[in-house]
Ligand binder design. Structure first.
Ligand code: ATP
Length: 779
């Protein structure tokens, strides 16, 4: 019940208290298992996210876990609790035995559901969306795959992996200019990214989901992401087909979809308003779903397994096709497209070259009233032969970093710049528009700014799949225009280099200030298990191995489909989820208070939700000094590590590894450069000395009056100097490896600290909510 007082069961947060059964779902970043909570003898679902592999930052993951644990609505999947074991986050939630609408469709309704079922699924989903919007959240990933059905037919919206809080300010607001979602369901304003977006983006996705449930697939779902983007941006919005769908669906359904799929977001209804649409009068009870939809379906685990098997074979072929398309696109890119600039006309032409069995779009004036009959709208018809190579079901959400339409370029051409790629999360979208450096935990490379664009180093990697540039037709390129482009590229490059140089300096200054701070503040207690410090552990960590952690695993069963990175060896005769490291638990209620209040993440109170603004954290300078300082030694600058850095101070807000990595890399680069310089000088000295060393001998031949003692002391001083240099080099090498070790330790500490902060934050939130609810109850 929304806001009502309810006794919440406290679910255990130790892995040993759960028994993992079979896999029942897989998303872009997680695997979901059916499991049993042993003390309660209750079947639950456990979502396992590999923190190292998933694209999300810890902040995103924490946000999802916190959001899910705060949820209190019958149509939203809430998290009972979550905990971290090794590099995996386990989220315990209610088991939705029917699976997702997508799974059900694929298993038994390939052409979509009938209208009463659709109305029921959609109404329940819309209630969830309305609830989320009311509490300031944009779900950002509404689609059939995230509409989950309970065994009794109850419908809930799940997956908060990419949800955002609308009330946030600062960088989180900017993060809503980072485009997250799966292209087919993505609203045009999200794709454009020109002015950000708001909760109306969910209404668009809801409309697309309605079409998905009606046809068994989302519009444009057979196309590659770039094509989907173009079609969504350039074509009229999709909708039910006048002819084909007339017999299957009512006018009110068609109308409801048309209301959602208006390109202008302000013209879309709110969830609250949409709920009052007559279409939802067709909605039935959960019992209807249970009897008409779920009845006769195999168990979810079997459905999932079958679908997986079916998917595997064609997937390989699809991948090859898609790779070929990619290759073609990249070859054309290499042939003649400069930078990230594309001509809109060319994009259109290119897009038209891709075989298209979509009904030709008919133009619809978007100024039409929301309720107007959208008779001219069309939708992407069921592909007769959906072998175009792109499998939307396997689609990884895509972030479009820059899809800006500019009116003119330097040459006066109309230019669009396009880039797509796998989904970095907001926190990872490096340098933000105000020039601040944002950081992520994954150590991803930060983008360079070329012109108006974020260009990652990967951008230069033309082989890398996932990057799309619509090639420019050679026949359309004038030499003049080409020259202008080249000029602009060079200018952009110059600007970029200057900017980088400025940023390096700023970063160095900042780091030096931080070092001073660190030295002043002293050290806080160690948070990393001692074993994390030893050489073996560091080596394992660097190599991604887990052997050093194996001793800590025990507990009940792991699934048969064992996952890499987790020890599956039986302990006490049974497999188990590895036990969590102490102090690394995230749970909605029972964490150990391991840090003082000073270590709290900044919390913004927004309605019922307390929201940590991760970007506020990002704006804060990192609290860990990982950077060596420079000390002068003679004419050579040597790297020295401040005393505090061997045990860095971890007080204050959470520290992202991403914040440390660039600094450490800088320090390492510096040290390497210095080492090179020293080697260079040394070799110069050696050759001089080599020459010099001949002199006494030659000189003695020429001038026998030179005393033997004088010769001896000269040689001795030279070799002394040489020894000095060798010693300095050895010291430098020692410091380098020390720095590397520091880096590993800091990385580990950072993760641990983040987890502890999570735990504290979650607990406080839980307490606050309990108090609020108790207060409400007393009233
Ligand atoms: N509570 C649950 N009970 C049963 N099945 C579930 C549950 N939660 C998720 N699933 C299944 O697992 C799949 C993946 O889960 P989820 O969407 O949360 O992962 P994800 O990695 O966040 O996915 P996405 O690709 O949407 O980002 C879902 O599509 C659904 O089929």
């Amino acid at each position: 019940m929304d806001g009502g007082v309810c006794e919440r069961k406290v679910y255990p947060v130790t892995a040993g208290e759960y028994q993992l059964l079979e896999e029942v779902g897989q998303g872009a970043s997680a695997v979901v298992y059916r499991a049993v909570c042993l003390p309660f003898k209750e079947v639950v679902a456990i979502k396992a996210l590999d923190l190292e592999k998933c694209n999300s930052s810890l902040d995103d993951i924490r946000r999802e876990a916190v959001t899910m644990s705060l949820i209190n609505h019958p149509n939203v999947v809430r998290a009972y609790c979550s905990f971290v074991v090794e590099q995996r986050l386990y989220v315990v939630m209610p088991y939705m035995a029917g699976g997702s609408c997508l799974q059900i469709m694929k298993a038994a309704f390939p052409d979509g559901f009938d209208e009463p079922a659709i109305a029921t699924f959609l109404k329940e989903t819309l209630k969830a969306i309305e609830y989320l919007h009311r509490h300031g959240h944009i779900h950002r990933d509404v689609k059939a795959g995230n509409i989950l059905v309970d065994g009794n037919g109850a419908v809930k919206l799940g997956d908060f992996g990419v949800s955002a809080c609308m009330f946030d300010t600062g960088d989180r607001q900017r993060s809503r200019k980072t485009f997250i979602g799966t292209p087919c369901w993505m609203a045009p304003e999200v794709m454009e990214g020109l002015h950000g977006y708001d909760f109306k983006a969910d209404i668009w996705s809801f409309g697309i989901t309605a079409l998905e449930l009606a046809h068994g697939h989302a519009p444009f779902s057979k196309y590659a992401p770039m094509k989907v983007l173009l079609m969504t941006l350039q074509n009229s919005p999709p909708g039910l087909d006048n002819e084909r769908d007339k017999v299957r669906f009512s006018k009110s359904f068609k109308e409801m979809i048309a209301m959602c799929l208006v390109k202008e977001p302000t013209k879309r209804p709110t969830a609250e308003k949409l709920l009052r649409h007559s279409f939802f009068k067709h909605a039935r009870t959960p019992d209807y779903i249970s009897r008409h939809i779920l009845d006769g379906l195999p168990l979810l685990g079997v459905v999932y397994k079958n679908l997986k098997n079916v998917d595997t074979a064609p997937a390989a072929q699809k991948k090859t096709d898609f790779d070929e398309q990619e290759k073609k696109s990249q070859t054309e890119y290499q042939r003649g497209v400069s930078s990230w600039n594309f001509d809109v006309e060319d994009l259109k032409a290119q897009s038209a070259l891709i075989p298209d069995d979509v009904n030709p779009p008919q133009t619809v004036k978007e100024s039409d009233s929301e309720y107007a009959e959208s008779s001219s709208r069309c939708y992407s018809s069921e592909p007769e032969n959906s072998d175009s190579g792109y499998s939307p079901d396997k689609a990884v959400p895509v972030t479009i970093h820059s899809l800006n339409v500019e009116t003119a370029n330097d040459a006066g051409d109309h230019v669009t710049r396009v880039r797509s790629g796998p989904l970095p999360n907001p926190a990872q979208s490096a340098k933000s528009t105000n020039g601040q450096i944002s950081v992520g935990t994954s150590g991803r490379r930060e983008p360079k700014h070329i012109g108006r664009f974020d260009v990652f180093d990967d951008d230069n990697d033309l082989e890398s799949p996932g990057w799309h540039g619509s090639p420019k037709g050679e026949h359309r390129k004038g030499d003049e225009r080409e020259q202008v482009r080249k000029d602009r590229e060079e200018r952009d490059q110059r600007n970029f280099e200057e900017k980088e140089c400025r940023e390096d300096k700023r970063e160095q200054k900042f780091s030096e200030e931080k070092d001073r701070d660190e030295n002043r503040k002293g050290l806080s207690g160690p948070l990393v298990p001692e074993r994390a410090r030893d050489g073996d552990r560091d080596r394992e960590h660097r190599q991604g191995g887990r052997a050093g952690d194996r001793g800590s695993f025990s507990g009940p069963l792991l699934p048969t489909g064992e996952r890499p990175g987790v020890d599956h060896r039986p302990a006490n005769g049974v497999h188990g989820i590895p036990r969590p490291l102490s102090g690394t638990i995230v749970k909605d209620g029972l964490e150990e208070r391991s840090k003082g209040p000073a270590q709290k993440v900044p919390v913004v109170q927004r309605g019922r939700f307390s929201v940590t603004s991760d970007d506020e954290e990002l704006e804060d300078p990192p609290q860990v000094s990982s950077r060596g300082c420079m000390s002068s030694q003679g004419s050579q600058q040597l790297l020295c590590i401040p005393a505090s850095s061997s045990s860095p101070n971890l007080n204050g807000a959470s520290v992202s590894v991403g914040a440390i990595v660039p600094q450490l890399q800088n320090a390492l680069n510096l040290a390497i450069m210095q080492q090179d310089a020293l080697m260079h000088i040394l070799s110069g000295m050696n050759s001089n000395e080599g020459t010099n060393s001949l002199r006494p001998c030659n000189a003695s031949k020429r001038n026998s009056s030179v005393s033997a003692g004088g010769e001896y002391s000269k040689v001795e001083s030279q070799s002394e100097r040489e020894r000095d240099y060798h010693q300095q080099i050895a010291e430098l090498q020692g410091k380098l490896s020390q720095l590397l070790e520091e880096y590993q330790v800091l990385k580990m500490r950072n993760v641990t600290l983040e987890r502890q902060l999570n735990a504290i934050y979650n607990k406080e939130e839980e307490e606050r909510i309990r108090k609020e609810e108790a207060a409400k109850g007393n009233q």
